[in-house]
Ligand binder design. Sequence first.
Ligand code: SF4
Length: 374
Amino acid sequence: MTEWHAEPAHLCLYPFLSAASKSVEESGVTLENLINSAVFERARLRGKSRITEAIKEGTIRKPVIISDAQAEMELLSYPFARILVSCIGDERLVRRYALSEAKAAHEKLLDESSRGGSSASSSASADIIYRMSEEFGIRMDFLAGEREQVQVPFVDYLRFTTNLRDKRWKLVNRGLGKGKLKLRKAEFVRIVQEAIYERIKKDLPLDVPEDICKAISRYTEDIKNELEETRKKLGAAGYGFESDSGVVVKDPSCFPPCISYVLSNLKEGVNVPHGARFAVTAFLLNIGLSEEEIIGIYRNSPDFDEERTRYQVEHIAGDKSGIQYTAPSCDTMRTYGNCVETDEICEKVSHPLNYYKFKLKLKQKQEQKQNKSA
Ligand code: SF4
């Protein structure tokens, strides 16, 4: 397979590729230029918007490239975005940014690889799949006479599917023959998304010298403000905190740390293990959230599948069996590594639901006291 020889207009849409880094290196643009020169202000602004789009939308819009100059700015905006996200140093932002880049590339790749029609476009669509698999060292091939099915050695498959929680990715649920698995092309592209995510996240945050972070603080400050605003909005919008009568009965500020942690990961689009999903779903059902509200919370997950999520939520709610599950106790949460970021209230309780009731009461008492003294 030959080296990736993409046009700048194409390469800038996949800026994490080795050919893209090489192209940046060969462009002769120094770090000093990228950070200070007025010529690269467009690249810096685009770098900033990569991150704000990740914060607000959970993906990064791919622009229509109409000139080489625009392609160069787009390409340079990627290393600048990496510097920005590193200077901010927020671990959750790093994950969200990496995931947004990977999702955007996945969409683009899905679009490019699904173009059929003429034999030229069909061969271009196969070409991009081959080149991506070569880039990430995945030994893939199309099935004989097929353009929609590929096969992959199971060792390569396993490298990139450990974070995919859905049952359909489990090795036992895939046909395995002669050490290879068959996948639909779209499934293979989903695996490539995982490879992209791993690559983008791998070196982040970069070790950026303080003077550089200072020099670009006007961009990082804007991003931090955006991040704070968005987190505030997400926290306030919440999960149907009001009952039908308008009384606040579900107050996320009183959720135990273990539950808040999972919820914040879900909001950030981070993959959450099955046990933690079960715990959070049962907890939210137990405190009275509707199934629809809970399904809405999962909508941001990287692998969101409405039908499966609905099935799982309904199962935990006991719609069919009539037995509703109770959220796991603190002991069980500890056993499965889901007890995190404990605080002083945790020392007084043995169940996340008791934590919630305890904190709600405490909050109500504090509010009553404040009202009296007002
Ligand atoms: S001690 Fe209990 S309530 Fe607190 S974080 Fe751990 S599991 Fe959650």
